[in-house]
Design a binder for this molecule. Structure first.
Ligand code: SF4
Length: 353
């Protein structure tokens, strides 16, 4: 009887190798990829111009391996994980250990299909590409059993890249997979995985710059903390999570923040949010728009217009005409302002870049 594994496929090398090792042992493999709202991949594809045209990495990996991929949106349920992580955060606002437990738990729903769907559609075990010692918090030898236990998956969770350093799991004990053909990788070096990939004939894999998740990014974490502080509560919507990925976020005064795009793709993306925010734009020169989150008094309006003018192509003019648009995109106010010199944009205004 052929056995089936569900592999948590991030799109990176490790999970790709884990899936491939299972295939090489005659296991049927399906991938699952989770969308939390904080994935870098979706952002870079959708917004940043330089990555346009690139494929979704997990889809690309699944295609290379010839396996089906389930892309599952867990963004709503993920809120609780991010807002109340039982095991706390990593170096930024990344609740990695809780996140891993949750994802394995979600993947386990594919095991439970045995009770509800035709038996042959159910998976027998879960596979991840975790390597002991690769991440400070979630991938330590002592935390691996926590993930297995708290996800409820227990010994149906197999990590082929470091299995030889862990207790044998059910698939190993029952002979579904040969433990001798698994690995004992340990540590932060990527070299063993790269060598394994080459030995398997894999020449191409994703090397996502800056990891796969914005929650590990200190700039992003600062923007998220600032959002919570300004609202007086720790909560967010999916739109909030997306907006924090885009543009420079400047808070010149505690009661308002400006979001100013850094390039054309971001400008187009922010256009889609003008129905929710007051927006500013230079009326005479090309340049970015700015969204304003918060209420502006006349003094704030003048300051916001000067800041926007500083990022427009008319920044060297003596004065610049800036338009304020309401949420129906109607021109509500026009101000002629002196663009703010670069040295007057205070460092403390930058919530995150
Ligand atoms: S980096 Fe992000 S997606 Fe990955 S385990 Fe940590 S919180 Fe989860």
């Amino acid at each position: 009887m052929r056995r089936k594994a569900i592999v948590l496929l991030s799109g990176g090398l490790d999970s790709m190798l884990a899936a491939r090792l299972m295939q090489d042992q005659g296991i049927d493999v399906e991938g699952v990829n989770f969308y939390t709202g904080f994935c870098i991949e979706n952002h870079t594809q959708a917004i940043r111009g330089q990555n346009r045209g690139r494929r979704h990495q997990a889809l690309w990996v699944a295609d290379r391996l010839g396996i089906p991929l389930h892309i599952v949106d867990i963004s709503e349920a993920y809120k609780k994980i991010l807002l109340e992580p039982r095991y706390g955060y990593g170096t930024a606002l990344n609740p990695c250990l809780d996140c891993k437990i949750f994802m394995v738990q979600q993947a386990a729903l594919f095991l439970e299909k045995a009770d509800t769907v035709a038996q042959e559609q159910a998976a027998d075990f879960i596979v991840t590409g975790e390597v002991i010692g690769q991440r400070m918090k979630s991938q330590l030898k002592r935390t691996m059993p926590i993930i297995a236990r708290e996800s409820g998956v227990h010994d149906r969770l197999l990590r082929p890249l470091c299995a030889q350093l862990l207790e044998p799991t059910l698939p190993e004990r029952l002979g579904w997979v040969d433990r001798n053909k698994l690995y004992g990788f340990n540590g932060r070096s990527r070299q063993p995985q790269i060598e394994l990939a080459r030995s398997l004939g894999l020449e191409e894999w994703a090397q996502p710059a800056g990891g796969c998740c914005f929650l590990t990014d200190p700039h992003y974490a600062r923007k998220l903390s600032d959002l919570w502080q300004s609202r007086g509560q720790r909560d967010y919507s999916l739109d909030d999570a997306l907006l924090l990925k885009v543009g420079r976020h400047l808070r010149p005064r505690p009661h308002f923040k400006m979001i100013i795009p850094r390039e054309e793709g971001e400008n187009r993306f922010l256009e889609g949010f003008r129905h929710r925010f007051l927006s500013l734009q230079s009326l005479e020169h090309p340049g970015p728009l700015a969204l304003v989150d918060g209420a502006l008094n006349p003094e704030d309006q003048y300051l916001a217009a000067r800041i926007l003018a500083r990022y427009s192509q008319g920044r060297n003019e003596n004065t610049l005409r800036v338009g304020f648009f309401d949420t129906k995109k109607s021109l509500a106010l026009t101000l002629d302002v002196i663009p703010l010199p670069a040295n007057e944009v205070e460092e403390s205004w930058h919530v995150g870049r």
